[in-house]
Design a binder for this molecule. Sequence first.
Ligand code: SF4
Length: 259
Amino acid sequence: MKPELGLSRQPPRTRDTLDLAPRFTEHDAVRLNRMFRGTSTQEMLEAVIRDGLAGDLAVVSSFGAESAVLLHLIASVDPTVPVLFLDTGKHFPETLAYRDELVARLGLNLVVLTPDAEELAKRDETGLRWSYDPDGCCEIRKVRPLGKALVNFDASFTGRKAFQAATRANLPRFEVDTSDAQGRLKINPLIDWDAGQIEGYFIQHDLPRHPLIAQGYPSIGCSPCTSQVAPGEDPRSGRWKGWDKTECGIHKPGEEPFL
Ligand code: SF4
């Protein structure tokens, strides 16, 4: 559904014309960033979710170390917002158990996305593609299933935070998702939260922790591509250790801000 935002200024179209224009433009993202400058994360989420400001919404969650905060914030406004989880087939069993715990606790509307079985059989028959071509593995197991699912939405929430890595330091709250030509919005409600705020939110709302954090995993993805991190190290340095890779392809590293 095309959102009634008043932000996209496309010329009027006749009813029998296919509307192939992007839903949002970079100019829309700039306006949204300005509109919510100085407002709290909660206020922004209420406006975006309750007022339908960004159309049909979904959250993309890995149920990782800090995911509970965004999921709790969104469920507090509307627990029916779909939570998209990419079941790559390579998750730690602890992550799947943690996912189920949070779904039950927060009453989430979980949607599990899986890779295409035929493609998996053709391109990762042994299940070891991650060891010699992690980009290709992420493409099959994450990027494509998510791309297919997001076609049905106008915007998606991510849990990215600026402090997590240098590659995320300049991200704005609202940006246009450039993974395809559809012009969906990508919304980063926690982008300006620091580690102390995240911790404070966990304590304030008595949220359960991912069980692997206590074992030295501050950032948790698929099991073959996640290593323990020494105290004080960049939390995301344990992801794809030894590879020149910082993101799974869902997000592009070094995206420029629109502000
Ligand atoms: S994070 Fe690793 S195992 Fe998971 S999809 Fe990417 S390369 Fe494959």
